[in-house]
Unconditional design. Structure first.
Length: 347
């Protein structure tokens, strides 16, 4: 049977998501709803197409076109997400989706096409798709329904930090909105020299994904000191946007927060903790290793137009050093105002 490439429509979203759910490499970031996030949340053009054979979905390609004056022009699968890339039921379908993406790249005159695979894809011609192996890794680890066993599985020094949070009497709640999360997250990323996402974006994630996303906020008495937005897919929890106020470090708020995410996920019957990607040799990288997670290489593949190079938009790039240092000194209201228009280009 021949393969037909079709554009995703509201009527075909259920079939798209059913295929993603059934595919062994399917993940939360392949879901059809990200098309709305890319378009309505950031104002970028989504290009979501699926492969159909004999009336059945056999592959999906979630692409976003991120084009800004500051950070260039790329087609990314999937922007603002740590994983992505086309999903295919077989090699023929995979190659058909890749051919579609490459053709779109030419038609749109886009210099860079990026697939953010979590695992290697055998049907991709690696000679035509260079990889940058020296930047990102991911951290994933199974856990059980037994809280005591999960706590004991955390290496001793990190487990002691969690216990100090417990002994301090920290508690966690599920927040009904993203308002407290955004305030805490904004302070946290400003202190790191990074622009913040808009409050509207966080609200959109909660509205679009419903029961498959929540916000866990950590309280010291009545004071909210840390908060994280989590995604849920199949048997996995992915704490994705999180941070703590300056006081959280001394009160073990961040350590306790991720423990509470794991504990609550275990109570929901889940058994896989995805700590997400981190850049090599950063504080976040070390923090996750301290939890006993083993770094796994990510397979980000690029197709480049003649003369183009793999983008290097990350805080480790020396060209951003002065920007980061200056951003850390901005008053928080100013950073919150300036951040969202800038961060939409960071895809």
């Amino acid at each position: 049977m021949s393969i037909t490439i079709r554009e995703l429509t509201p009527a075909s979203e259920a079939a798209w998501d059913a295929f993603v759910l059934s595919h062994p490499d399917g993940g939360f970031f392949h879901r059809a709803a990200w098309r709305h996030i890319i378009g309505h949340g950031f104002g970028h053009d989504p290009h979501y197409v699926f492969a159909e054979r004999d009336g059945a979905v056999v592959g999906v390609l979630p692409l976003g076109h991120v084009k800004t004056l500051l950070f260039g022009n790329s087609l990314i699968s999937v922007p603002f997400c740590v994983y992505g890339g086309p999903l295919a039921a077989d090699d023929e379908t995979g190659r058909a989706l890749v051919a579609y993406a490459a053709d779109l790249m030419r038609k749109r005159n886009v210099p860079v096409l990026e697939f953010r695979f979590r695992t290697a894809q055998q049907w991709l011609d690696e000679a035509e798709w260079p990889i940058r192996p020296d930047l990102y890794v991911t951290f994933r680890k199974a856990f059980t329904a037994d809280d005591d066993a999960n706590l004991k599985s955390i290496p001793r020094k990190q487990r002691a930090m969690v216990r100090k949070g417990i002994d301090r009497g920290l508690t966690s709640v599920i927040d009904p909105s993203a308002d407290r999360l955004h305030g805490i997250y904004a302070e946290s990323v400003r202190n790191l020299g990074t622009p913040v996402f808009s409050r509207r974006y966080f609200r959109l994630l909660l509205d679009v994904f419903g029961k498959d996303v929540d916000v866990v906020t950590i309280l010291d008495g009545e004071e909210a000191i840390a908060s994280v937005l989590n995604f849920y897919f199949r048997n996995e929890v992915l704490p994705y946007y999180g941070g703590g106020r300056a006081v959280a470090r001394d009160r073990y708020g961040n350590d306790f927060m991720y423990w509470e995410v794991m504990r609550r996920a275990a109570a929901r019957g889940l058994d896989m903790f995805d700590f997400g990607r981190s850049k090599l040799d950063t504080g976040a990288f070390s923090f996750k290793k301290n939890w006993g997670f083993v770094p796994e290489p990510l397979h980000y593949r690029f197709r480049l137009a003649p003369g183009a190079s793999i983008p290097d938009i990350n805080p480790l790039n020396p060209k951003y050093r002065l920007f980061i240092a200056a951003w850390k000194k901005l008053p928080l209201p100013v950073a919150n105002l300036m951040g969202p228009p800038i961060v939409r280009g960071l895809g």
